[in-house]
Design a protein around this ligand. Sequence first.
Ligand code: HEC
Ligand code: HEC
Length: 276
Amino acid sequence: MTNRTLVIVTVIGCLLVALVSDSFRSYADADEKPEHKLPAGPLGETIKLGEALVEQTVTHPLTKEFVGNSLNCTSCHLKNGTDPMAATLLGVATAYPAWSPRENRVITLEDRVLNCFMRSCNGVRPPLGSKPSVAITAYITWLSSGQPVKLNGKAPQGPNAVPTLAIKADKADLVRGEKLYAAKCASCHAMGGEGRKENPPVWGAKSFNQGAGLANADKLAAWLKVAMPLDDPDLTEQAAVDVAAFVDSKPRPEFVLKDHLPKEGKLGEYNAEPKR
Ligand code: HEC
Ligand code: HEC
């Protein structure tokens, strides 16, 4: 065989192996770094499950009862958290346990995951130590493989958190925001904000609640700047602030903490299965 034929045969071989061996579209498979290979055995299986839950949070049997709207984690943590900009989950695990001013406690990564269920997903906190909670936390931790730990004493935020914008929401123009929404967003999210098909709702009963990060127009503007329009985020800072203020001026579910906590006695689980 000539060198060139050898290369072609090898490439085709690899493609075939990739096709039959696994349908897991992951960061791992796209990256040659050894620390990004999935660990063997039950740990690797759990990480895979975690990625599936991040992608199919609304429909997956393990998470759907905990979600109260039409949003999957990947609706905001784009590409299952592997988009390097849009609320990326890459590197996040290195920051935990972290100080959380909102909770007025040091919180673990698992706590942080469960808080997104209550707020961004307008649902109920799954029990600590439950299967979906452990799997999602394992997946997010794995996304930080090989990176140095650097606990965050100021905020529950990883090293690649969405950068804040210089222009704040008090400088927003709602009329401009509405025009921008019609021109750049409504084709996917609909003029009434209810979304269509694969494009999730951005306000109304099926969207994130008022306790979510994105319900804060400054945070939404910062996220939009790096995330929307999908695949081609090109808003200027002022445009991001205008359209964010417009979207967040629309109605969405209220957030009353007690409605989002599990029933008493179900807050946590004994995370063990003793043999005797
Ligand atoms: C409505 C949008 C939205 C949805 C849905 C959502 N999140 Fe988030 N989440 C955010 C935003 C915004 C942040 C803050 C990101 C930042 O500061 O960069 C965040 C933060 C986080 C963090 C902390 C990140 C860090 O830098 O420390 C974790 C972990 C997390 N979310 C997990 C989840 C999981 C798991 C789900 C699904 C059960 C989920 N999120 C659903 C918007 C969302
Ligand atoms: C080409 C279609 C498209 C366009 C245009 C678009 N989006 Fe999105 N948007 C999406 C999709 C799809 C998602 C969910 C991402 C995923 O599941 O991978 C999303 C997610 C979101 C989210 C977080 C989830 C939710 O529903 O709350 C917000 C907020 C959002 N878009 C706002 C906007 C705004 C504002 C604009 C205009 C500046 C915009 N989008 C333009 C397709 C689009």
